[in-house]
Unconditional design. Structure first.
Length: 394
């Protein structure tokens, strides 16, 4: 074990204690500095009071915004802090005045909550939900996106970068190029990407990008963020329901939006978690997202190799590019039962089921799958332990 890996595991108490945590796509183990940042602020709140504590650490709060911005190639003014990635995605959708017949162009692999939001807009606002064709190897076909944008007006293109139910990495940069050429707004769900894939929002050419802290970024649960581009801010994009943090009440029948992404925020949120998010961003930057992703991808490839050699195991991941999420059908077993059994042995994984990824799972002929998601602080030995346990089950 090299010195870096030894240090990362030492700073991850549960891993150092022997927990085999392969559920980073659900919620990664927080490194010690992240936990300390959260606990320190909670203790300050208990001594000084909640509002007073936030005032005392105002410079640290400002730093957190800037560090999250650096993580995605943006400024702190372009970052709105919200409860989670789904809330961020919904806020971005609400910035568009959809009318009957307006089209949202998306993919067959978008996250379930996003798909449900599209369908809700279709039911309540008469929006057309258009799904681009798949490439032969899996994932959205950027050529199909181009043809649809040429063929009909589209109000918004929305793409999930990494679906929750497989290791697929969708070609979001290529889709962004098509959106830029067509002059169409672009929303990216980076919930499973941030922390394992380097992100440069200027290269993505996106207007909005939603993300969470708890997954590959290794931050706390209960907080996420929304990137809002300068173009979107200049266009006056704002959530449907603006909070007192996002706007000033300047006259009896008028308000003025905040000049930055805070127009998408609520007045009240957990500042302890915000400071944990900022520390997670700094930790990820120190590790290097490219290095973290390289190590995680190597472990995922090793996992697919080991699982593919087991009788009764079917690896389900498809795509020209894969990431550190491995999904496999475990014989005829229900993946939820498998996950519970593994957890009893000190091995954390998760299950994905047909109802959370209807289109993709039906195409693969699977009703459930075990999801194994290693990260850079995991080891090959931990993969071997998990595969050995699965071998015993099948």
């Amino acid at each position: 074990m090299d010195a870096q890996l030894t240090r990362w595991r030492a700073e991850t108490p549960a891993a150092a204690a022997g927990l085999v945590h392969l559920n980073n796509a659900g919620a990664a183990l927080m490194p010690a500095p992240v936990l300390e940042a959260i606990e320190d602020h909670l203790r300050l709140e208990s001594r000084a009071g909640g509002y007073e504590a936030a005032e005392q650490v105002a410079p640290l709060i400002a730093d957190a915004y800037e560090d999250v911005g650096r993580l995605i190639g943006a400024g702190g003014r372009n970052v709105a802090v919200v409860e989670n990635a789904t809330a961020a995605f919904a806020l971005a959708l609400s910035a568009f005045d959809f009318a009957p017949g307006d089209a949202i162009l998306t993919t067959r692999n978008d996250y379930i909550s996003n798909q449900l939001m599209y369908l809700s807009l279709a039911r309540r606002q008469g929006v057309d939900v258009v799904r681009a064709e798949e490439a032969l190897e899996g994932g959205v076909d950027a050529q199909s996106v181009r043809e649809i944008l040429r063929r009909r007006p589209v109000k918004l293109v929305a793409v999930t970068w990494v679906p929750t139910n497989s290791g697929l990495v969708q070609p979001v940069t290529e889709v962004g190029d098509e959106c830029e050429a067509a002059g169409v707004a672009y929303l990216v769900d980076a919930c499973q990407a941030v922390g394992q894939i380097p992100i440069d929002v200027s290269r993505l050419r996106c207007d909005f990008l939603s993300a969470t802290a708890r997954k590959f970024l290794r931050g706390p649960r209960g907080i996420g963020f929304l990137y809002v581009s300068d173009r979107a801010l200049a266009d006056g994009r704002a959530p449907l329901y603006v909070d007192m943090r996002g706007a000033g009440w300047v006259a009896a029948d008028d308000y003025r939006l905040a000049g930055d992404a805070t127009r998408f925020e609520n007045w009240e949120f957990a500042y302890a978690l915000l400071l944990g998010l900022g520390e997670a961003a700094r930790y990820a930057l120190a590790v290097g997202v490219e290095e973290a992703g390289r190590r995680a991808l190597e472990l995922a490839a090793y996992t697919r190799e080991r699982l593919g050699a087991l009788d009764g195991m079917r690896v389900l991941d498809r795509g020209a590019r894969l990431c550190a999420i491995v999904t496999a059908q475990v014989g005829a077993l229900d993946a939820r039962e498998v996950v519970a059994e593994l957890r009893g042995w000190g091995i954390n994984t998760s299950a994905t089921t047909r109802d959370v990824a209807l289109l993709d799972m039906d195409a693969k002929g699977a009703s459930s799958a075990v999801r194994i998601s290693p990260h850079y602080y995991n080891t090959r030995q931990e993969i071997d332990i998990a595969v050995g346990a699965l071998r015993g089950l099948v």
